[in-house]
Design a protein around this ligand. Structure first.
Ligand SMILES: Cc1cc2nc3c(=O)[nH]c(=O)nc-3n(C[C@H](O)[C@H](O)[C@H](O)COP(=O)(O)O)c2cc1C
Length: 324
C-alpha cells in the first residue's frame, strides 16, 4: 500500500502535495512535468473574472465599435477556449486529479463557465474568492455572505466537487467555513496569497511587492487549520501558504489538513523539490511508525489542547508575560 495516499473533496490522491494554481500550471507541458515529478494533483492557473471583464472592456473602447457585441462575445469565448485547451490538454497527459480554478469576487456571468469546465473534464473546481474590502460603508458580514452566494450559484450548475480558496483577511473565518460546508463546499483551502503593494520612494511610484511567499507564512496556516479542523471536523481542509519543505507539509497534516497546495518553493527550487518533500514525509512517517496519512492527520489540532494555548491568545500572553 502507498502510505502517502490521501483524499479530499471526494478525490483520491497518491500523495498530499498539490501543485498550486499559478504560472507553474499554465501550460500542458509544465503540468506533464509536475505529474512526472510526482505531484499528487494539479490546480490550473486561475481564469480571472477581472481578466475576462477587462478584455471585454478593452474591446468596448476599441475603434471597432460596430462589431462590438460580436467581438465581445468572441473575445470572451476566445479567453475561455484557451483555458479549455489547457484543461483538456492537461487531462490528456496527466493521470492525477486536475482542478480548474476561477478567481472571482462576484456571482456574475462567469458562473456559467463552471458548467463548461465540468463538461471539459475538470475533476473539481476551485473558487478563489478574492477582494479587499475597503469601502467606508462596508456592511459587516456582506463579504462572507458573498462567498456563500457565489458557492451556491456555482453549485447549481455543476455536479463535480466545488472547493473554496479563502483569503486570510477575516476576523474569524470559522463560521464562514462552517456555512460553506453547510452549503456544499467539498473542501476549503486556507489561504490564498494576495499580490502585495509596495512603494518606490525615489520615483514615488507604486510597485508590486514580493511576488513569492515566505516559509514564515506557514504559521497562520497552522493556526487556522488547527482551529478549523477541530471545529468543522467533517470538512476537508487544504493548506496553502508557507509550505516550503517536507517538514512544513508534515506540520499541516498534523494540524488537520488533508493535503497542501504548494507554490513559492516550487518557483524557487523547481520540480526536484516535489520529490524531496515527499521523500521527507515518507521517511518521517517511517521513523514515527505511521502507515498512512490518516493516522496522523489532525492529531495536533485544537481539539487536543484543552485551553487552546498553542493557537490562540494564551500563547501570546505566556510568551510575553513569562519571558520578560
Ligand atoms: C506568481 C504567483 C501566481 C499565483 N497565481 C495564482 C492564481 O492564478 N490563482 C490562485 O488561486 N492562486 C494563485 N497564486 C497563489 C498560490 O496558488 C498560493 O495559494 C500562494 O502562493 C500560497 O502558497 P505558497 O506559500 O506555497 O506560495 C499565485 C501565487 C504566486 C506566487
Amino acid at each position: 500500500m502507498n502510505r502517502l495516499e490521501t483524499s479530499f473533496a471526494g478525490l483520491k490522491l497518491k500523495n498530499p502535495l498539490i501543485v498550486s494554481s499559478s504560472g507553474l500550471t499554465n501550460s500542458v507541458d509544465k503540468n506533464r512535468q509536475w505529474e512526472e515529478a510526482g505531484a499528487g494533483a494539479i490546480v490550473l492557473k486561475s481564469l480571472f473574472e477581472e481578466q475576462i471583464m477587462l478584455e471585454a472592456a478593452r474591446m468596448q473602447n476599441s475603434e471597432y465599435s460596430e462589431g462590438n457585441d460580436y467581438l465581445q462575445t468572441y473575445y470572451r469565448g476566445h479567453c475561455l477556449n484557451e483555458y479549455m485547451e489547457l484543461l483538456k490538454g492537461t487531462k490528456s497527459v496527466c493521470t492525477v486529479p486536475v482542478i480548474a480554478s476561477i478567481n472571482c469576487y462576484s456571482d456574475a456571468e462567469w458562473t456559467d463557465f463552471a458548467h463548461s469546465l465540468e463538461e471539459a473534464g475538470t475533476d473539481a473546481i476551485e473558487l478563489n474568492i478574492m477582494a479587499i474590502q475597503s469601502d467606508l460603508n462596508y456592511k459587516y458580514g456582506s463579504f462572507e455572505q458573498r462567498h456563500i452566494d457565489i458557492l451556491r450559484k456555482v453549485k447549481k450548475g455543476v455536479k463535480i466537487p466545488v472547493i473554496v480558496k479563502l483569503g486570510s483577511h477575516f476576523t474569524n473565518c470559522i463560521p464562514l467555513i462552517d456555512q460553506l460546508y453547510a452549503n456544499g463546499a467539498a473542501a476549503v483551502v486556507l489561504f490564498n496569497r494576495m499580490a502585495s503593494p509596495d512603494i518606490q520612494i525615489n520615483t514615488k511610484s507604486y510597485i508590486g511587492g514580493e511576488v513569492l511567499g515566505h516559509p514564515s507564512d506557514l504559521s497562520e496556516v497552522i493556526r487556522w487549520i488547527g482551529l478549523t479542523s477541530a471545529r468543522v471536523p467533517n470538512l476537508d481542509l487544504i493548506a496553502s501558504g508557507g509550505v516550503w519543505d517536507g517538514a512544513a507539509l508534515v506540520k499541516t497534516i498534523l494540524v488537520g489538513a488533508s493535503a497542501a497546495e504548494v507554490c513559492s518553493t516550487l518557483y524557487r527550487h523547481g520540480a526536484d523539490q516535489v520529490k524531496a518533500m515527499l521523500q521527507f514525509v515518507e521517511t518521517w512517517m517511517e521513523e514515527n511508525n505511521y502507515q498512512s496519512i490518516g493516522q496522523f492527520k489532525g492529531v495536533m489540532n485544537a481539539k487536543q489542547i484543552k485551553d487552546g494555548t498553542a493557537f490562540e491568545r494564551t500563547q501570546f500572553f505566556k510568551y510575553f508575560s513569562l519571558k520578560e
